[in-house]
Design a protein around this ligand. Structure first.
Ligand code: NDP
Length: 268
């Protein structure tokens, strides 16, 4: 388990990840592996920030010398509201995971990490199925559209899924049928809990990638079912590394050592 600090007791460091809960985070190990590879004397810690205290916590971290912060569940929208500047992609999403504190500049590197990891695995331009309608589903839709996929969405709470699909010009599909997609992205939080989704996998053999955003769960039924059908399966560790590498490059202006970062998260 990663050591966790309460934000009022944050130690001397330069970078941090904030969230609640946060003890599962592998970001400190990943960033320290990068600092070691780059020969940098920097410290990155995990800090718990309760809901409603994000602005106050960020002001405090800035005042004691922190330079950058990653933001995870459930604070990405609150962090966006604290930011003064962002790129247009983050503004469209209204949620950010990377902050430079000095000038309050924010990015959503989850989107670019998704573009990088999906784009490396599958040629764009086909049909993609996104499962879920939370914050990560929003990032997934934008990333897949950027890669020219036609995006189809399914969610447990249909009204929420329909409204998200309409907002981003995606198609809503009520049935959990996996047939006819080139990529399937599971953005629901079921992977971590080991819960199965009611997916009918008939006709899914042509799918090239089943990608779950969750990582660290003991067994992931979505990825296990995909693997059984010969579909290439990936968990969220690839995204964790990609978004972290992009955040480091934004903060430090140096090329991130992705191989060392990936090794660190897989060992953690
Ligand atoms: P949200 O809480 O915003 O959304 C969760 C979604 O999961 C909702 O659509 C919800 O459906 C659905 N869901 C939850 N339980 C079930 C269930 N039993 N059956 C069907 N659907 C269910 O979460 P986020 O979008 O912020 O995060 C989703 C996942 O992505 C998390 O596991 C998170 O850790 C992971 N993630 C990983 C990253 C990485 O670096 N690898 C980066 C970002 C996220 P409903 O609307 O019906 O409630």
């Amino acid at each position: 388990m990663t050591p966790v600090f309460e934000w009022r007791e944050a130690p001397r460091a330069q970078y941090a990840v904030i969230g609640d809960p946060i003890s599962h985070s592998r970001s400190p190990q990943m960033h320290h592996a990068a600092y070691a590879a780059l020969g940098l004397d920097l410290r990155y810690v995990a800090i718990r920030v309760p809901v409603g205290e994000v602005s106050e916590a960020l002001e405090h971290l800035r005042s004691i010398g922190y330079q950058g912060v990653n933001v995870t569940v459930p604070h990405k929208e609150e962090a966006f509201r604290w930011a003064r500047w962002s790129d247009s992609t983050a503004a469209r999403l209204g949620a950010v995971n990377t902050l430079r504190l000095e000038d309050r500049y924010a990015l959503n590197t989850d989107i670019y990490g998704l573009i990088e990891t999906v784009g490396d695995a599958v040629p764009g331009g086909g049909r993609a199925w996104v499962l879920g309608a939370g914050g990560t589903a929003r990032a997934a839709i934008l990333a897949l559209q950027e890669l020219d996929f036609e995006v189809v969405l399914t969610n447990r709470t249909a009204a929420k899924g329909e409204s998200l699909a309409a907002e981003f010009g995606a198609v809503y599909q009520l049935a959990w049928t996996a047939s006819g997609f080139d990529v399937i992205l599971n953005t629901t939080s079921t992977g971590l809990a080991g819960e199965a989704l009611p997916i009918d996998w008939t006709g899914a053999e042509g799918c090239q990638l089943a990608y779950d955003m969750a990582y660290g769960g003991p067994n992931n039924p979505f990825l296990a079912e995909a693997t059984k059908r010969g579909i290439s399966a990936r968990d969220g560790l690839d995204l964790l590394v990609a978004q972290g590498a992009l955040a480091l490059e934004f903060w430090l202006g140096q090329h991130a050592p992705r191989a060392q970062m990936a090794a660190a998260v897989r060992e953690a």
